[in-house]
Write a protein that binds this ligand. Structure first.
Ligand SMILES: [Zn+2]
Length: 315
């Protein structure tokens, strides 16, 4: 899976530190990352490159914006050396709403073009690049940085009183100096469910997703329910099936949707007839293990679970 980057380790302990010249900088606009792909090898600018590029460019061209550099995490190499990563976050105040910053995926391409002129050789690429980009630890760092970018972007102002938030000094949190509201990173629990019936597994395709391969039943946990209840509810809502014998498999942080996925295997309980929830699923069907030709791409929990089932249930 994407997070399996041994022998490298992601040290996510928060540090209240400023960047050095050689530290690496993640800069996102909307759902795109400033980087350079050489073949499938991904590079992001160093702090020095980022500053030189920005300061050396025409300030009138891209607007008068400065950046906060927020420590994200470090990749610890087998020899214990560290690569540290920072988030470049445009400074935003009540009187200065940054272009693109509040448009999420709609951040318009004009913003990208203005910025790209700053850093020669770098361009904005959709964050989906992590599915193919190497080395794997940088791909994983990118999707994790994207999760944190979204959280920092959406927590500039206090949601309780509207005042500008400040950074916590000892841990990763934002706090409000006026009403004392404190905000911690948001991680949304969700389930990935492999429903099985003998040597068959329930495979799905979701409506309107860019991801086109077969998937498993999936959905977010609602407030007031357990993860196991999410499994029962999501399977029933999407397919009309009841399930039993839930077995927890593994979890996976999935920064694209800001979630933590819990993988479960379970068996259909009773009637195997599928009633699709058509606004969610385009396809939902039983597939025999021996008919599955999917390859585990080393990225997603979903594929690992499907391939594991196929391997264990086909002759
Ligand atoms: Zn407040």
């Amino acid at each position: 899976m994407i997070q399996d980057i041994e022998p490298v380790r992601l040290d996510n302990q928060y540090r209240n530190v400023a960047p050095d010249d050689g530290d690496m900088v993640f800069f996102f606009e909307g759902s795109s990352l400033l980087g350079r792909l050489d073949e499938d090898i991904i590079n992001v600018p160093s702090y020095r490159e980022f500053l030189d590029g920005y300061n050396g460019s025409d300030a009138d061209n891209h607007g008068d914006r400065d950046f906060d550099f927020i420590y994200l995490f470090a990749l610890v190499m087998p020899d214990r050396t560290e690569n540290r990563f920072f988030l470049a976050k445009p400074v935003i105040s009540e009187s200065n709403i940054a272009k693109g910053s509040f448009q999420g995926e709609m951040a318009d391409s004009a913003v990208h073009i203005e910025y790209e002129s700053c850093w020669e050789g770098y361009e904005f690429t959709g964050v989906n690049l992590f599915r193919k980009a190497r080395p794997k630890e940088i791909a994983y760092a990118s999707i994790t940085a994207f999760h944190l970018y979204g959280w920092y972007r959406d927590n500039t102002f206090c949601g309780r009183c509207g005042h500008t938030l400040l950074h916590g000094k000892k841990e990763r949190m934002m706090f409000c100096p006026v009403c004392k509201n404190s905000i911690y990173p948001k991680i949304c629990p969700a389930v990935i469910v492999a429903v099985t019936c003998g040597d068959k597994i329930l495979l799905t395709k979701y409506v309107g997703r860019t991801y086109k391969d077969y998937a498993l039943v999936a959905g977010f946990t609602e407030i007031g329910e357990t993860v196991e209840e999410t499994v029962h509810r999501e399977v029933f809502e999407e397919t009309g099936l009841k399930v039993k014998n839930l077995r927890y498999y593994k979890s996976q942080p999935w920064g694209l949707s800001g979630s933590l996925l819990y993988g479960y295997f379970c068996e259909v309980d009773g009637d195997t007839g599928i009633t699709l929830q058509e606004d969610e699923l385009a396809i939902g069907k039983w597939v025999s293990a021996s008919d599955i030709d999917m390859i585990d791409d080393g990225i997603s929990l979903t594929k690992e679970m499907i391939v594991k089932f196929a391997r264990e249930h086909s002759e």
